[in-house]
Design a protein around this ligand. Structure first.
Ligand SMILES: Cc1cc2nc3c(=O)[nH]c(=O)nc-3n(C[C@H](O)[C@H](O)[C@H](O)COP(=O)(O)OP(=O)(O)OC[C@H]3O[C@@H](n4cnc5c(N)ncnc54)[C@H](O)[C@@H]3O)c2cc1C
Length: 409
């Protein structure tokens, strides 16, 4: 096939949750997209990763592919209890008797990313979207008339618009010359998946434990998802993350934090330093290439804004491309793509700020932050708001990004 040029109305680079959503959202708007994915079809996407799927994300998926949002609701679970401990003592505990949200879509669902991706793949197959596996995008050349894309199998593609959803190491982003610089978290975090046990399973609670004695004084977060648990441990000064993720040490952590019945159930572990970074532009000079998801921004995971905001980017990119394709003037087409960039760059700035606030709070070892946490813990028995503050703060503010105006009156 070397030397072939294939024409496609719209190309999407990357079959992660952002790229797959972009193709579904384009189809919903009457536009057929083709996906170019670097990985082979039988790839292994390990780790639970984006388990917390916001209600608004479920709503978007349901809107662009009826049944997709509600399937994820059926696959996922809504943990009813929020619980926080401080150095071994409970400071907050609240159970909700309803999953919230609206209609059949709850406030959130907790489901491993690999399951979400499987449902997205099925949805794409059902509407006949082509995914070209083993097709890594290596070259992007945009002009006022369209985009030429080169993949590493030697093929060339011509398209009207390209959505770059090729993740944190995006080649599309590099090819359009966008800068991608930002900060890295000071601490490392250990993230592990643990299978549920049939023998006396833990109650379905999201538990945050400050300075947990069972983890030798490290902060610990435990979150249930369908079939298992996500365990996050925040490293402290002097920790060697590589040593902490060894089989023996993880077995000890799991036993001490979750109970002996879980000690053989570790299925995945990794250590991370989180990046907080966004591209300096989400579109190319010719307004033909749109960056979305982690190709455009990387966020610390507290507040679960990563995949959720990538799906919002994808839906808005599809909307802009669909209008631009139908536009009768070049200026209107450019305007739609620019509006996409304005909206999603603003949203990314907002999300970076919110995730950064959570990260700063979690890493904060300055005397004021330490004192505030200790004071709140000591007041939590008498004032529920003090406990609630401790329970809430690790996830940052709950607000959603503001709607961006075009400046028109
Ligand atoms: C430990 C952890 C926990 C997380 N928890 C949460 C959470 O609770 N909630 C949340 O919302 N988010 C969470 N996230 C973030 C979430 O996993 C990501 O935001 C999400 O996967 C990003 O989706 P994406 O499609 O933009 O990028 P990716 O998932 O990275 O997908 C990019 C795709 O592009 C492909 N690709 C790469 N280069 C090329 C190329 N040159 N050409 C073609 N294809 C290419 C890749 O193979 C991949 O398939 C977490 C992440 C981690 C690591």
């Amino acid at each position: 096939m070397n030397g072939d040029t294939t024409e496609a109305p719209v190309l999407v680079a990357g079959a992660g949750p952002t790229g797959m959503t972009a193709a579904l959202a384009l189809h919903a708007r009457g536009v057929e997209a083709t996906i170019l994915e670097a990985d082979p079809e039988d790839r292994d996407r390990s780790g639970s990763r984006a388990i917390y799927v916001h209600g608004s994300t479920l709503g978007t998926l349901e809107r662009i592919h009826p049944g997709l949002g509600s399937d994820l609701v059926k696959e996922g679970l809504v943990w009813p209890t929020r619980r926080t401990l401080f150095r071994g003592k409970e400071v907050f505990n609240r159970t909700y008797d309803s999953p919230g949200g609206s209609g059949d879509i709850p406030h959130f669902t907790s489901v491993p990313q690999v399951v979400t991706e499987r449902y997205m793949l099925d949805a794409l197959e059902s509407i006949g979207v082509d995914i070209h596996w083993d097709a890594e995008v290596v070259g992007v050349d945009s002009t006022a008339d369209g985009v030429r894309v080169e993949t590493d199998d030697g093929r060339e593609w011509e398209t009207e618009y390209l959505v770059g959803a090729d993740g944190g190491g995006s080649a599309v982003r590099d090819e359009i010359g966008a800068n991608f610089e930002g900060d890295q978290s000071e601490n490392s975090f250990i993230i592990a998946d643990i299978d549920e046990t049939e023998d006396d399973p833990r109650p379905l609670e999201r538990v945050f434990h400050y300075d947990a004695p069972a983890a030798d004084g490290r902060n610990v977060l435990l979150v249930p998802f369908t079939g298992g648990w996500r365990l996050d441990i925040q490293c402290i000064e002097g920790d060697d993350p590589e040593e902490l993720v060894s089989d023996d040490r993880m077995r000890e952590f799991v036993r001490d934090i979750m109970g002996e019945r879980y000690e053989d159930n570790l299925t995945w572990v990794s250590s991370y330093r989180f990046l907080q970074v966004m591209a300096d532009t989400f579109v190319d000079d010719h307004r033909r290439v749109l960056l979305a998801g982690e190709a455009a921004h990387l966020l610390a995971p507290f507040g679960a804004r990563g995949m959720n905001s990538g799906i919002a980017d994808a839906d808005e990119a599809a909307s802009a491309v669909a209008v631009a394709l139908d536009a009768r003037t070049e200026a209107v087409a450019r305007d739609e793509v620019e509006l996409y960039a304005a909206r999603r760059e603003k949203a990314a700035e907002f999300n970076l700020g919110a995730a950064g606030q959570a990260l700063e709070y979690l890493q904060g070892d300055d005397p004021v932050t330490v004192l505030r946490k200790e004071a709140a813990a000591s007041l939590a028995d008498r004032f529920e708001t003090a406990g609630e503050w401790l329970d809430d703060a690790p996830y940052g503010p709950h607000d959603t990004p503001p709607i961006v105006s075009t400046g028109n009156y």
